[in-house]
Design a protein around this ligand. Sequence first.
Ligand code: SF4
Length: 180
Amino acid sequence: MLFEKSGLSEKESFFDMNLRVLHIVEGTSVDGPGLRTSIYLAGCNHHCPGCHNPDSWNPQGGEERTLDELMAVISYNEAPVTLSGGDPLQQPDGTRALIRRIKQELGYNVWCYTGYTWEEIAANPKLLEVVQELDVLVDGPFVQAERDISLRFRGSRNQRLIDVQRTLASSDPTTPTTIQ
Ligand code: SF4
């Protein structure tokens, strides 16, 4: 079942995973509503012209952090979380595990940025697993011709703020339900 929640049921799996992290910003208001903990993950092969942060493309960039280390920072801040980069979906197993731990252990709201479109994710079971428990996905590459500095929480008009849970619960989960 393409949209059924599955996988990573063994708790041990979560403790074995690390993520390569570029940096963590605590108390930021630019990556989603409210004051959030933003975690920037290394690695992105979308290579969008005009990318705000080409230094994030290297998958070996940043430093390796355990999930326990990241959970400690998130828990200390008692704030919603945004995963950005880079593209968090290019560290799929660790990102999936981190999202699950945040939701199950803390219940915080989680946003994630990606250069993939929702349609690409919906057609890829591995990527779809990663986003299963997200609240909001900001999808799609940065497109210079669509750049618009008036947009909230995104850089170009093609990018969408997708309500993941409403989309997955809809009769057609391949069509994203967006928020403003
Ligand atoms: S998806 Fe984001 S990080 Fe990756 S190249 Fe595009 S703008 Fe840069």
